[in-house]
Design a binder for this molecule. Structure first.
Ligand code: PMP
Length: 392
């Protein structure tokens, strides 16, 4: 009997798995130092505290139940108190919404804020997870570049001046993934002013803001305007497995997200939300824990940046080791990072070519390096291998 294959939805047509991702699968070999991953270091994750909190959560059978779609009440209270301090204004409970990692917030927000074909502005290079969401939503995507002070808000102003009317602007304001940079306070204010003047939403996607090394991150963009939806996450400070992210947004946006979250998964896990609540509420412990993560990542980042500059001199420009998980490198000598990758992997080092994050620009002379999971000596060896691959 002949069979007719039922079709998949048309919206999948434009989505593809990246060729670079396939190449990097090879880099999982034991003899390859991978600076390609984007994972926090599990050795620094507070396993024992999580186990204790899980134990006490399960003492209450109610934690086995479904919870509120907007998140377990006591967790939202802890988060509202934190956001009140961060934003410098009272944040009521209705404006805090817990999601399955901040990635789910991106996905649900795309449905709440974007009609098909809506214009979305992203930074170039972009956080790939955001691009996936906006592409799946059928958005028209326009880019603005980044420089050492983060998003080029003047380029956005030019776009607006030419009559472009975005529904949404996405920014990773602190220690950008993949570009490593942080938006300056002046640009934050300008971006918020543009959002108010032209009536668009800003998603301030901020999973890395707590991971500063020497100087605390600037005031959030969301401190300047209620048009800014702020996303945070426990993934980088506690552990990704909790899948606890949260959004601070106007009540109407939270209620829209609530309707869709009911359809997506009814609610998050009351168990991991209680664990997160307990750890985030223990201010003294949390401060010491995050300080240690900053210390270890800061030391690794400095080794990586110093080693790159020492070995390559002015053949490359790298971001400073200021925070987050990534260093971005631009080769000034024409090194093509896509062509280089197979040879680099052969010689035992992997990275992500800039092209993997490209939207408009090519970023063929750039790479993203992740320093979180390698000790200092390993990072030095990785840079030595990279130098060999390029043929110093
Ligand atoms: N936003 C950015 C910029 C990220 O880099 C990531 C994770 N790599 C996320 C959101 C999603 O993180 P999570 O869902 O674990 O909170």
């Amino acid at each position: 009997m002949s069979s007719i294959t039922p079709p998949l939805a048309r919206r999948l047509g434009g989505l593809q798995s990246s060729a670079i991702r396939d190449l990097l699968k090879v880099a999982a070999r034991d003899d390859v130092v991978s600076l390609a991953g984007g994972l926090p270091d599990e050795q620094l994750m507070p396993r024992d505290r999580i186990a204790q909190a899980a134990e006490s959560a399960l003492a209450d059978r109610a934690r086995l139940q479904y919870t509120e779609s907007a998140g377990w009440g006591p967790l939202r209270e802890v988060l509202a108190a934190r956001e009140t301090v961060r934003l410098g204004r009272p944040v009521p409970l209705e404006e805090v919404f817990v999601t399955h990692g901040s990635q789910q917030a991106l996905s649900l927000l795309a449905e709440v804020l974007l009609d098909p074909g809506a214009l979305v502005v992203v930074e170039d290079p972009a956080y790939v997870g955001a691009l996936q969401v906006f592409r799946a939503a059928g958005s028209r995507i326009v880019t603005v570049p980044l420089d050492a002070e983060g998003m080029r808000v003047d380029t956005l102003a030019d776009l607006l001046g030419r009559g472009e009317r975005p529904a949404l602007v996405h920014t990773v304001s602190n220690f950008h993934n993949p570009r490593g940079v942080t938006m300056s306070p002046g640009r934050r204010r300008e971006l918020a002013e543009l959002a108010e003047r032209y009536g668009f939403w800003v998603i301030e996607d901020d999973p890395y803001g707590e991971l500063w090394f020497d100087n605390p991150s600037p005031e959030p963009v969301a401190a300047y305007s209620s048009h800014v939806i702020r996303l945070s996450s426990a993934s980088k400070t506690l552990a990704p497995t909790l899948r606890v992210g949260w959004m601070t947004a106007p009540d109407a946006v939270c209620r829209g997200v609530e309707l869709l979250k009911q359809g997506a998964d009814l609610c998050g896990s009351a168990l991991t939300q209680q664990i997160a609540a307990e750890l985030l509420a223990d201010a003294e412990w949390l401060e010491a824990h995050v300080r240690e993560v900053r210390r270890v990542y800061g030391a690794r980042a400095r080794v990586l940046v110093d080693e790159l500059r020492m070995r390559f001199g002015d053949r490359l420009v790298s971001t400073d080791a200021a925070g987050g998980m990534f260093v971005w490198v631009d080769f000034t000598d024409g090194t093509d990072t896509v062509d280089l990758l197979p040879r680099a992997v052969d010689l035992g080092v992997a990275y992500v070519p800039g092209e993997a994050f490209a939207v408009s620009g090519a970023h063929r002379n750039s790479m993203r390096l992740c320093f979180t999971t390698s000790e200092a000596a390993t990072l030095r060896e990785a840079v030595a291998r990279l130098a060999r691959a390029i043929g110093e």
